[in-house]
Design a protein around this ligand. Sequence first.
Ligand SMILES: [Zn+2]
Length: 427
Amino acid sequence: MNGAGRSIPHASSRAAVLDVIRAAGTISRVGIIEATGFTGATISTVVRGLIDDGLVLETGRAESTGGKPRVLLQLNRPARFAVGVHLDHSGLTYVLTDLSGAVVARMTRAGVGAEDPPLVVGRMAREVDALVDGAGVDRSRVLGLGLVAPGPLTAASGMRLTPPPMRHWEDYPLDRALREATGMPVVLDNDATAAALGEYWSGSIQDTSTFAALYMCTGIGSGLLVNGLTYHGASGNAGEIGHICVDADGPECWCGARGCTEVLAGPASVVAAARADPALARSAGLTGERKRVRPTVAAEFASVARAARRGDPAARALLERSARYLAVAARTLVTIMDLELLVLTGASLAIAGSTYLPVVRAELDRAFFARGTHAVDVRLSKSAATAPAIGAATMVLQTELVPLNQGLRVPANLAASDPHPARAGGA
Ligand SMILES: [Zn+2]
């Protein structure tokens, strides 16, 4: 076996070995050699370093077919933790995960609404404290905080070109403010990309998969993973399928283009159409104009979805129309990326996914260009509402587990915390 010329998607053997142990649960040194292609000497050195750093434990022995039993290794899960925050107009979702990405605490709080960004950041810092303290976790073990929000985002200045309800966040220095408020390193990313990563780490996706998370919460987006690594594009905004065109003569979108998926299929368009139909608006409970605070788009979309589930034909028709547009966008994505798996996720698909799933499947069965070579598996997420927050936390964990130059923006103090970045590179 020769690790030197082998092309694996990892920049350091340390990160590669950690990722193999994470994915396997428990594994022997021989198993790691087989999985990575590195030499026995390299694996021995790397594993010793990981054990010395407290990241990996030796745990029992496996039966061997001959010779002495093999020592099994596993992640020392409570050695490190990460906070993930999903910021959306409709809600703030927090998770605390251990080193394996398993959720040890979670909470949901009111969305940001029209609140001023500095007030929201102060609230987030208090809520993160409550999350970490409530779980009884020592803060010195928390690697950092991943924050994900609707894109597009820039690393330097946070949100850009924000959707209308969040326009007051445009150019607010979110990561710097949050770093100062929490005292933690902060990593910022797009919510749909994080959702894809969250799906991958929550365990139902194979390492070899080239897959996308098709994400719908208040807006529509997608996140792409290739061999377990997120695909970010030039500015971290790959996969914005909410703004690809599905009708060249369609209505104008808030992004400035015409006929975007989001303006035709997004929750806001479903809610607007439902409000324009007095009978449906009444049936779905959208008539409460006198309420002091109007519910969020995501909450009103959920009301329409519930009406559809109760059998309201007008509600069903609106969701099916939205699903057809989303399915066309999904086909574009699947065709361009030659995907083998598409996971439907995000809070709005957590509620209405059963209507969207068969429509997307039918579109791909009928019209996916490469269907002669392989089918595309389309599934509903099992953790659709929390996948972005889990992904946000795993972005932070990846700074420990996966090398740093894969498009993740890693704070300098976290990057420097890997004391052996080049140790025992492929032999
Ligand atoms: Zn658009």
